[in-house]
Design a protein around this ligand. Structure first.
Ligand code: ADP
Ligand code: ASP
Ligand code: MG
Length: 405
């Protein structure tokens, strides 16, 4: 007997037939004597539809009201999944994030988990029930509903696995594992058997939407191993776990593309100590995540500062930067949205040289111009014209020998 956490993503619970199929799968695991906590997402497309409705009313809806709205999607699927289990004779109970014991901070639409009281879930398990937890949501200390950022059901699943001390954590999705690139964009991508937390985190935070990056961070912090696998077949998935020595044999584990970043360009900002600090403090206080940062050498007392932020934050970021520029007495802010980031990731980069050269050559051969560049120990990222980024990732994937045999 094992204690198992299973998360089913939006496509896996996309309609009534699929919810019934998920229930049958859950029953099979339970019939083998396992204890199960299930985390479900909203049906595929529902969260996007809710966002579209809000935007049809106002371009910048209030964050608290957004969370009230977005939490609906998961509340539908937990109840339907519980009913589907009842219908086949499995005792089950649904729980919202709040009822499951998830307490978050106050950052609506991207809240972080602060505390997670495992007693409600443990009590359900002790009573012999399958528990169905709503992914993506929690409650703050004031009792307000919060959500955990897009893709946040992954985080709910990993956090549940940690607090209930699960033996196994499985993330069921519409692909049968983590691939060397998004298989939708790179048909030659191959399935990865094992990947380290660090690599998975870099891929996720660089745009591979197969796992929410915060969930991987959480898994790394608490040592929660997990498997990404398909809800439509029984193929073995991809194991995500701590780095092993042999992982370094592979130079580049995968390629990721992020089309959701916008570039913010500040020209002629006063070149004096404290200016950059003020800009990034203002963004940090608004919990805006800044990714690549490039500052040109100052000349005649002014400099240029470029950075990227999620496209969803451009309006907020631009407003905040404009305020800071007024304070520091100079500079002009512009936003460019037709940009995309391509990243290559691998722990093997620590011990291999020439990786950047191969990347740049491969892009040059396609006539693709590189805009910003940033590197870390296990990642190199570049921004390129959004219109060329899919050509870019296919070429880079081939150059690093990642195409499937
Ligand atoms: P879920 O609704 O189950 O959470 P997501 O749509 O969030 O599913 O994530 C699965 C999708 O992630 C796949 O359909 C795939 O197109 C995309 N994806 C992006 N990068 C990768 C990758 N490297 N490996 C596998 N899938 C990827
Ligand atoms: N339904 C939420 C979203 O679409 C959370 C998730 O699916 O993980 O972002
Ligand atoms: Mg997802």
């Amino acid at each position: 007997m094992a204690r198992i956490v299973q998360k089913f993503g939006g496509t896996s619970v996309g309609d009534i037939e699929r919810i019934k199929r998920v229930a049958l799968r859950i029953k099979e695991w339970r019939d083998q004597g396992n204890e199960l906590v299930i985390v479900v997402s909203a049906r595929a497309g529902v969260t996007n539809e809710l966002i579209a409705k809000a935007k049809a009313i106002t371009p910048h809806p209030d964050d608290r009201e957004m969370d009230m709205l977005l939490a609906i999607g998961e509340q539908e699927t937990i109840a339907l999944t519980a009913m589907a289990l009842h219908a086949i004779g499995v005792p089950a109970v649904s729980r919202t994030g709040q009822q499951a014991g998830i307490v978050t901070d106050f950052f609506h639409t991207k809240a972080k988990i602060k505390r997670f009281d495992s007693s409600p879930l443990n009590a359900d398990l002790a009573a012999g029930k399958v528990v169905i937890v709503a992914g993506f949501q929690g409650v703050n200390e004031e009792g307000e509903t919060t959500t955990l950022g897009r893709g946040g059901s992954d985080l709910t699943a990993i956090a549940v696995a940690h607090v209930v001390k699960a033996d196994i954590c499985q993330i069921y999705t519409d692909v049968d594992g983590v691939y060397t690139a998004d298989p939708r964009a790179v048909p030659n991508a191959s399935k990865i058997q094992e990947i380290s937390y660090d690599e998975m985190l870099e891929l996720a935070s660089s745009g591979s939407k197969v796992m929410q990056s915060r969930s991987v961070e959480f898994a790394h912090k608490y040592g929660v191993d997990f498997e990404v696998r398909s809800s439509f077949n029984n193929n073995p998935g991809t194991i995500v776990k701590a780095e092993t020595k042999s992982m370094e044999d592979v130079v580049v584990r995968g390629v990721a593309v992020d089309k959701d970043q916008a570039k913010i360009f500040i020209s002629e900002i006063p070149d004096k100590p404290g200016t950059a600090a003020k800009v990034f403090r203002a963004l940090a206080d608004a919990a805006i995540i800044v990714d690549m940062i490039v500052q040109n050498m100052g000349r005649d007392g002014v400099a240029n500062l470029t950075f990227t932020v999620p496209k969803t934050e451009t309006h907020k970021a631009q407003t905040l930067v404009a305020k800071v520029l007024a304070e520091v007495g100079g500079g002009k802010v512009e936003v460019f949205e037709n940009t995309a980031k391509l990243s290559i990731v691998g722990v093997g980069m620590k011990t291999h040289s020439g990786v950047a050269a191969t990347l740049f050559q491969s892009l040059a051969a396609q006539g693709i111009n590189i805009d910003l560049i940033s590197t870390s120990e296990i990642k190199i990222s570049v921004t390129v014209d959004a219109a060329r980024v899919d050509d870019a990732q296919r070429a880079v994937h081939t150059s690093f020998g990642l195409d499937k045999a």
